[in-house]
Design a protein around this ligand. Structure first.
Ligand code: TXE
Length: 487
């Protein structure tokens, strides 16, 4: 099979001849060939997006909203097919892609589709005059995606962009080329003008072409901090608008009065969903010394029950890491943790069989790992691992844990578990993170803004906050009297 581009309403082959093989992470069997878009393809995508933008911007919000809502229905009606594509591409359990990935993409289309008719400016009464503002679209926006939540990332960017009247060119990660094409198809079938949502394929070079293109007005990236810095630097030469959703090394703080069962559930969610390949994961788990031993015992027990194996099996709870190279990187962190003196309490090895006894040695599987006896300066506690590895850190006081939690250049997320309502808010208000949870973790409803502080990004996705990142504000002054002039 060939993963194509989607330009001007149709699946198209790249005009170049560079391509690579996309592998299934669960067995490393080729899924198909992906063609790398070249400059000519980008030019065609930009021409087509520009044409679509001029049609789309004249539609009313209600008209645009209808297309988004219909696209959401189409995604939901193809839930099983798209979920399976995502599972084959990413290696995540089918139970997750059925419950979260496609649903979250559809939620975004519904939220912004429903809101499109309500995007408006403001009116200002002035002396012998009045003023008003208009929220106008930016033009062609480029979305550049990561590989852990391919269709969700695409929809989180496309939905607000299109609702605001922009068009979008989307480049999925080179490791997950499949489901952006499904989203493109859904928009077309829902009545979008050809070119409103184009998909180009390729690695960072294609991303860079989009960033550098003078007719592209805005870039929205979900990816790593180093890529975010490169994009911001390149975009600066044209003062292009940029939204960045980057990585993290987030703290999850468990106080002694927390509901321990819920805290353990959240710690598992915060670290092992999608094999731990989640940017907002709470990988530094700070546990109060009074409950340290009992928390750890329960966490270990439940971690060891996680059903790891064939991602297409509905009973599987943890699948395969995205690539062999990424798995090796995660294993290097396991080695680094051990050699720096931390204790590997459980997991962190490559299993031969899955929970049903099937041989899984051809896939990129690693058992969920817990490190104890950690300190804040170890690499495993400072760097984003992006795999199923958590570090437990003991603390004594509230003041101490806040300082240690904030001692990082990242600032994507943070969580606090406590039954003391005052302490919950007091602590969260002092944590330097853009997306926080009290008594839960990794819940990202479309209604709430999502994004990072410090080096975890800039701008926000989801919620009303996304609207300001996909529009520009025009102020209009209207004179009702005479022009008063000193000349
Ligand atoms: O990211 P990259 P990867 C982070 C996380 C993880 C790392 C690895 O830190 O360890 O990313 O993922 C494109 N100009 N997150 O390797 O390399 C690239 O082709 C323009 C966090 O995929 O940053 C891909 O489409 N584009 C995250 C995208 O950028 C460029 C979720 C991301 O690639 C480019 C997933 C360039 N110079 C990973 N270079 C989250 N926040 O959710 C690369 N790209």
């Amino acid at each position: 099979m060939m993963y194509t581009q989607f330009i001007d309403g149709a699946l198209t082959k790249s005009s170049g001849d560079e391509s690579w093989i996309n592998y299934n992470p669960a067995n490393n069997i080729p899924l198909g060939e992906v063609c790398q878009s070249n400059e000519q393809d980008i030019e065609a995508a930009v021409d087509s997006s520009e044409k679509a933008f001029h049609i789309w911007r004249t539609k009313t919000g209600a008209e645009r909203g209808r297309v988004l809502l219909k696209a959401a229905d189409i995604l939901r009606s193809r839930l099983e097919k798209i979920a399976l594509l995502e599972t084959h591409d990413v290696g995540k359990p089918i139970s997750e892609s059925l419950a979260v990935d496609i649903t979250s993409a559809a939620d975004a289309l519904e939220y912004f589709g429903g809101m499109a008719a309500g995007i408006h400016g403001e009116f200002f009464d002035l002396k012998n005059a009045f003023g008003y503002t208009r929220r106008e679209p930016l033009g062609i926006c480029a979305g550049i995606g990561a590989w852990n939540y391919p269709i969700q990332v695409a929809a989180w960017k496309a939905a607000p962009a299109l609702a605001c009247g922009n068009s979008m060119i989307f480049k999925p990660s080179e490791l997950t080329p499949a489901t952006a094409l499904e989203l493109a198809n859904a928009f077309m079938e829902a009545g979008a003008p050809p070119g409103l949502f184009n998909v180009v394929q390729g690695d960072g070079r294609v991303g860079a072409m989009l960033v550098d293109h003078p007719r592209i007005a805005k870039i929205s990236l979900t990816g790593s901090v180093p890529t975010g810095k490169k994009i911001l630097t390149a975009a600066a030469s044209q003062l292009k608008k940029v939204t960045l959703e980057l990585g993290g090394k987030s703290p999850l703080i468990i106080f002694e009065d927390a509901d321990i069962h819920n805290a353990v559930s959240a710690t598992l969610l915060a670290n092992f969903y999608t094999q731990g390949e989640v940017c907002s994961n709470g990988t530094r788990v700070f546990v109060h010394h009074q409950i340290f031993d009992s928390f750890l015992m329960k966490l270990k027990e439940r971690t060891e029950k996680i059903r790891l194996g064939d991602p297409t099996d509905p009973d599987t709870q943890m699948g395969a890491l995205i690539s062999k190279a990424h798995m090796e990187k995660v294993i290097r962190f396991i080695d680094s943790g051990k050699s720096s003196g931390a204790t590997l309490l459980t997991g962190g090895y490559i299993p031969e069989t899955d929970f049903k006894g099937r041989n899984i040695t051809s896939g990129n599987f690693m058992t969920p790992a817990i490190f104890t006896n950690c300190n804040d300066s170890m690499d495993i506690c400072k760097e984003e691992i992006f795999g199923p590895v958590l570090s437990i850190l003991k603390f004594d006081t509230e003041e101490e844990v806040i300082e240690r939690a904030n001692n990082t250049s990242f600032g994507l997320s943070a969580g606090v578990f406590t039954n003391d309502i005052k302490r919950g808010h007091r602590v969260i208000h002092q944590l330097q993170a853009g997306t926080c949870w009290i008594n839960n973790y990794n819940i990202t409803p479309i209604e709430l803004p999502f994004g990072g502080y410090k080096q975890s990004g800039q701008g926000r996705e989801n919620s009303l906050a996304a609207i300001q990142h996909y529009t520009q504000l025009k102020s209009v002054y209207v004179e009702l009297g005479n022009v008063e002039s000193p000349y």
